[in-house]
Design a protein around this ligand. Structure first.
Ligand code: PLP
Length: 845
């Protein structure tokens, strides 16, 4: 049993190395926290107690930087980025903080000297799954890069009590389980109730004339909700900067419905409290689709209003006049989820701070910038006017007024074009009336950006064409990126160490330096090491798959991985058609020479998205048959790994040989999974969609497996009239695949189970699987061929990594800083920093 240190004796020394980084200090702090924070000692501590003790030990080492950063930003009233996002898919904090603090190895040693395994403790952390997928993960990567680049920034969002659901697979079907991520406590956040704010909802408005004879509007809400900020430090990589992620929880104001309480309606008052708390209860699990639910709109105004009020508080505290709000803050809107900020900032300036319309409008436009994330029409948010009015009556008035001025502008620029007015209006009046949030964001922002070159081009040509013609100067592209800290240094230490042993570690902050690896691509020793590392990582995943799914996998097979949200446009079912094609070839000729493959899938489907869930069921059904068919002789394996998350992603990306990025061209805005795979040495099979285009340009067409229709070809084919049945009848292998599914071969003879999916393909095939089928199969046959030449494959893998420099989120953030934010870094020196012992001085208030 470990002994608990005796503080009586060592008191003085403790104070001085309270946050020391030596192994001895870390060990003592760890046992200290186990005792004083968790209230445990080693004999009775659980793994979670140990995890918590370690988390607090690391947090203590962050606080110095965090507080210091805040003090310096406040003293200098630094220009600050507010990143508004309904989602932040942060992933586990502990490992990332160890990497960014540069104390991973010391901590590993410290806990191991105490008889514990660091990997084990890292595994304990319940990740905050406060996002659905790419969009939320992008926000998290951007926070990491802003801190690393020493850019003053605040991430603003919602502290959902239930994040994205945990996925279980039962009988091949997805089952959703609530994500109780706060169950064991969250050591990374600090609540700041002193900065609570109030948000109004519902009710009605009244016009009045103020003492200066001006027309004013008063909003009498039906309900008021309190927002309480919870702050999490976001540390930069080997800098002293620690920025803040500020997430809001909704609570009932203490005084709320006191009347009901006094009149004896205690349960009624409690009920009202619960209604308020609902606002931050659960993350909507729909990715790339909008449902128009009242609670969702309430969540949006809740976190946007809290955040803007918080910014105004900061402006006042730093003695910046409100007229200079846009000089202190630039507010980036991550998709349209926070687009209500346009009307809310106007309302705050005009109604709450007595500003005139024109000045308020100028400040609003100068402050806000909008990032579009989608080309899918069903993902464009619009709210029924009646719903909007009942929840946000004042905002609707403001939007009508913005619309009036805006349409006047359109008329002036395009006289006599009434069709254009109808198309561009903030209000959709084609049937039931809607507020169009993307239009509101475009009009109220000074910058509109897409997230990959192709995506931005398609926005300009298609989705936002009218706005591009109206405001060409607002449009710009910011290709997405990913953080190499989490998705290489933390998740792939073996490859990180090999790379750094050859070219040093500057690439971790300057990813373009990976280019230096090209000098080693003809070095046989280096290539051998490269291949052994990939093989070792694959062996780890083999063990994981054996444990999780009970499937034995051949580590020498091609690890062919598609991990992302399930959506028809992403075409996991095209991948399925390839698997069945290979299976049919084996069934027709059991001795056929096939390059062994392991198909690995991961991803969640929106709970209400029937077709996506049916595709998950199909993949699991194929797995059952293929993995157990003696004819296959272990040449093919199909594995569905449940519960895709950031933790999962960190485990899986490094093990991939082949990355599946096979969306129908013109649908994937950017993708970032494609970048994470390639950065870890996977080769990509992909369409010319999203950032795939730019990845291929960077790594070279000869190092990338491209196939399928391009975006213009997709439009042309659809315009001509696409007939999937023609492909079915004229392609023998395709027909055999469809017939095999239809026969019930993968469903115990049930011919109905997959019928909805087959019908949708045969009669509509919106995402052109049949049109791309042959090109995909041919390309996959080529992949199998190339994989047999291991030297060639390794060379391609090295060149992919060497040429991924562009796709660091650091590069994306530098571009945002230069082109949109007009902001410079503010380095933090730890020299004259605030010390914990300053608290010992007499407090003056
Ligand atoms: C990167 C990432 C995504 C986005 O993947 P895409 O392939 O770009 O759709 C989604 N979820 C998690 C957990 C990720 O890490």
């Amino acid at each position: 049993m470990q002994t608990v240190p005796n503080h009586q004796v060592e008191n003085l020394q403790i104070e001085d190395d309270r946050t020391g980084l030596s192994v001895e200090c870390l060990k003592r702090a760890f046992l200290d926290n186990l005792f004083y924070v968790q209230g445990k000692f080693p004999k009775i501590a659980t793994k979670n107690d140990y995890y918590m003790a370690l988390a607090y030990t690391v947090r203590d080492r962050l606080l110095q930087r965090w507080i210091n950063t805040a003090v310096i930003y406040t003293e200098r009233a630094s220009r600050t980025v507010s990143y508004l996002s309904a989602e932040f898919l942060m992933g586990p904090h502990l490992g990332n903080n160890l990497v960014n603090l540069g104390i991973y190895d010391q901590v590993k040693q410290a806990v191991s000297e105490l008889g514990l395994d660091l990997e084990d403790l890292l595994e304990q952390e319940e990740e905050p799954g406060l996002g659905n997928g790419g969009l939320g993960r992008l926000a998290a990567c951007y926070l990491d890069s802003m801190a690393t680049l020493e850019i003053p920034s605040l991430g603003y969002g919602i502290r959902y009590e239930f994040g994205i659901f945990d996925q279980d697979i039962r009988d091949g079907w997805q089952v959703e389980i609530t994500d109780k991520w706060l169950h064991c406590g969250n050591p990374w956040e600090i609540a700041r109730p002193e900065w609570e704010v109030y948000v109004k909802l519902g009710g009605h408005t009244e016009a009045y004339t103020d003492e200066h004879g001006r027309y004013r509007v008063r909003w009498i809400p039906y309900q008021v909700v309190k927002g309480v900020p919870h702050d999490t430090p976001i540390l930069g990589y080997k800098t002293n900067t620690a920025n803040t992620l500020r997430l809001w929880t909704a609570e009932a104001p203490e005084s709320f419905d006191f009347g009901a309480f006094n009149s004896g309606d205690y349960l009624g008052a409690v009920q009202a409290k619960m209604v308020s708390e609902n606002l931050s209860k659960v993350l909507y699990p729909n990715d790339d689709s909008s449902q128009g639910k009242r609670l969702r709109l309430a969540q949006q105004i809740f976190f946007v209003s809290c955040s803007l009020q918080d910014m105004i508080r900061i402006v006042f505290r730093q003695n910046v006049p409100l007229e200079k709000f846009h000089e202190k803050f630039v507010v980036q809107l991550n998709d349209t989820h926070p687009a209500i900020a346009v009307a809310e900032l106007m309302r705050l300036l005009i109604d709450e701070h007595d500003m005139g319309w024109d000045q308020a409008w100028s400040i609003t436009q100068k402050s806000l910038a909008y990032t579009n994330h989608t080309l899918l029409p069903e993902a464009l948010e619009r709210w029924p006017i009646s719903l909007f009015r009942s929840l946000l009556p004042r905002h609707l008035e403001i939007i009508y007024e913005i619309n009036y001025h805006f349409l006047e502008e359109v008329k002036a620029k395009f006289p006599g074009d009434s069709d254009r007015l109808r198309r561009m209006s903030l209000i959709d009046e084609s049937g039931e009336k809607y507020v169009r949030m993307a239009h509101l964001a475009c009009v109220g922002s000074h910058s509109i950006n897409g997230v990959a070159a192709l995506h931005t081009k398609l926005l300009q040509q298609d989705v936002l064409r009218d706005f591009y013609q109206m405001y060409p100067e607002k449009f710009n592209n910011k290709t997405n990126g990913v953080t190499p800290r989490r998705f290489m240094v933390l998740s792939n230490p073996r490859l990180t160490n090999l790379i750094s042993s050859k070219i040093g570690d500057s690439w971790i902050k300057h990813l373009k330096d990976l280019k230096k690896l090209e000098a080693f691509v003809d070095d046989p020793e280096f290539c051998h090491q490269w291949r052994s590392i990939k093989s070792a990582i694959k062996h780890d995943l083999v063990a994981y798959i054996q444990k999780q799914n009970g499937i034995s996998v051949n580590p020498d097979s091609i690890f062919d991985i598609q991990a992302k949200r399930f959506h028809e446009y992403k075409r996991q079912h095209l991948n399925a058609l390839h698997i069945i094609t290979l299976y049919n070839r084996i069934k027709a000729n059991p001795d056929i020479d096939i390059t062994p493959r392991t198909f690995i899938f991961g991803g969640k489907a929106a709970p209400g998205y029937y077709m996506a869930k049916l595709i998950i069921k199909l993949l699991n059904s194929i797995a059952d048959v293929v993995n157990n068919d003696p004819d296959v002789r272990d040449r093919l394996k199909v594995v569905f790994l449940k519960d895709y998350s950031v933790k999962f992603a960190q485990r899986v990306y490094p093990a991939a040989d082949l990355s599946e990025q096979i969306s129908m061209a013109g649908k994937e805005a950017s993708g970032t999974g494609n970048m994470k795979f390639a950065l870890n040495g996977a080769l990509t099979i992909g369409t010319l969609d999203g950032a795939n285009v730019e990845i291929r340009d960077e790594v070279g067409a000869e190092n990338f497996f491209i196939f399928g229709l391009t975006a213009p070809e997709v439009y042309a084919l659809k315009a001509r009239g696409y007939r999937p049945l023609d492909y079915y009848h004229s392609n023998r292998e395709l027909k055999a695949v469809i017939d095999r599914i239809a026969s019930g071969h993968f469903s115990h003879g049930d011919t109905q189970l997959f019928k909805p999916l087959l019908d949708s393909l045969l009669h509509r095939d919106e995402y052109l699987l049949f049109a791309d089928y042959q090109a995909y199969i041919d390309c996959q046959d080529n992949v199998s061929q190339v994989y047999r030449d291991r030297d060639r494959w390794t060379r391609m893998s090295i060149l992919n990594v060497a040429r991924m420099g562009k796709f660091s989120s650091d590069r994306s953030i530098r571009d945002y800083c230069q082109d949109i934010w007009n902001i410079q870094s503010v380095p933090i020196e730890l020299g004259e920093c605030i010390q914990a012992k300053e608290n010992m001085r007499p407090i003056t208030m």
